[in-house]
Design a protein around this ligand. Sequence first.
Ligand code: ADP
Ligand code: MG
Length: 584
Amino acid sequence: MSIAETETGTPAWRLLLGYVRPHRRSLLAGAVLSLVTGATGLMLPLVARGLIDDLAHDRAITGALLAMSALVVTNAAVGALGSYVLRRTAESVVLGARRSLSSYLLRLRITAVDRTEPGDLMARITSDTTLLRTVTTESLVGLGTGGLTLVATIVMMGLVDPVLLGVTVAVIAGAGAVIGTIAPRINKASKQAQQAVGVMGAALERVLGALRTVKASGAEHREERALHEAAEESWRQSVRAAKWSAVAGNTAGLAIQIAFLTVLAVGGARVATGAVDVATLVAFLLYVFFLISPLQEVIGAVAQYQTGSAALARIQEALSLPAEPPVRSAPLPSAGEPPASVAFRDVRFRYADDLPHVHHGVTFEVPARGMTAFVGPSGAGKTTVFSLIERFYDPESGEIALDGRNVAEWELPRLRAAIGYVEQDAPVLSGSLRDNLLLGNPEADDDALARVLKTTRLDGLVARLPAGLDTLVGHRGTKLSGGERQRVAIARALLRRPRLLLLDEATSQLDAVNEAALRDTVADVARTTTVLVVAHRLSTVTMADRIVVMDAGRVRAVGTHRELVTADPLYAELAATQFLAAAD
Ligand code: ADP
Ligand code: MG
């Protein structure tokens, strides 16, 4: 299932109102300023009529000229202030959306992350939110002020000459009908254009995340094609949206021109019969001219809303992905806290409803303190055991308990605070070495840091680096070796003083010397902490207090190395081939 198939339910405008609500005062202020701008503009034809009257009757025009100048200056000043206030409000709406989306992103369940492309999510936060800016100013405000100005203009026209007004409204209603059929096309094209931006984000993420592999595989050309294709698709759809927007925009222009000509003809006839005078006709024609801007504003609002609601729908999809409850970070265990026990009881689990089961009733018990090794062929479900303990996923049935209490009943931050997890691929984030080490415990003091650096044998590395702990490690730690990355990950986990250490041993990351040192460290940690280690080396396995042998989503046997070599044929085989090969 892709993110685009997520059920959203609530309509887009609801979401927009949610983002706009905190800024309703400044939005209103901006709208009022726009209205004042529009009103001062509306006064102009009246003053112009007075001016023509004065001229016709040989009166002085100084007063009318002064009034006109005052109107023009006010119009410009209020107009500038209004557009600043509106733009500022719109930026605040974008900010609000970006904040809520980024917070939500950090809370996403891992199941949601599994089925989305990070680049696509990124496009939703960066690009789609940007579109809310125009939706807020042009759509909401345009509809409000443009609509009001339109109504006010029409009222004024009615006061000047109801007959000519009837002619004008008929023409404009025709234009409205045309635009009604165009709006959905703009919406569809906009959504597809934004989708293509998402696809491009995903493709970029894929390439930049593995640029070395792409280059080494000589695949630049093919990847380039995929990137270009996504960019071109966005272009195609944006052009389509632009085409329909242009048609809509010019329908307004055309309607006004037709109205102008019709009014001129009908009005001319009325002047000839003496029903109205020339000054009135001129004033009315000026009003027709003045209809252009509010009419275009309203039509622009309709078109913009189509683009905006497409973006809103994509934002809403992201906000509908399954997420964990909002968290405060929980305090880490203090130094004296006892180690945790772990138990799996008949755990069945699969990663998604349409995937096969990975655990078919896994059962084992690990007492507090000591070291337990998980061994078994690749794909047996060992890493999944750790993911379930961390509650990245929930089992379909069965129970997982920490300290005898179901992990589902733990407050999530507290559960995770008790655990130090070293993942198999030892992830390192871009930033400094210090950032990476303190990620799980920013409060760790220098003594603790120095101790951990020593036990993980990172002290030598830090001493060698010119910038020491402040050395930048590059995107995903590419400036570190695989072994160094793993030691950083272990140091990071140890700094959390975990009550339970989960160590997913990488198969061949550590050299012999460092491996021996870490083995001693882990043995040391296991004296005061519960250590679960997915082990690939005989040296690690033989050190364990108990070994859990897993195969194809089941626990085959539990025992010590000595017991299992004779009792379990799979273990004996693993010990003879895989472990021995990796041992030194
Ligand atoms: P092990 O660590 O023993 O090698 P894992 O627990 O990592 O095995 O994986 C067990 C099975 O689950 C494998 O078949 C793997 O392909 C599958 N698997 C692991 N992670 C995911 C995931 N996020 N989504 C779907 N399937 C997964
Ligand atoms: Mg694994």
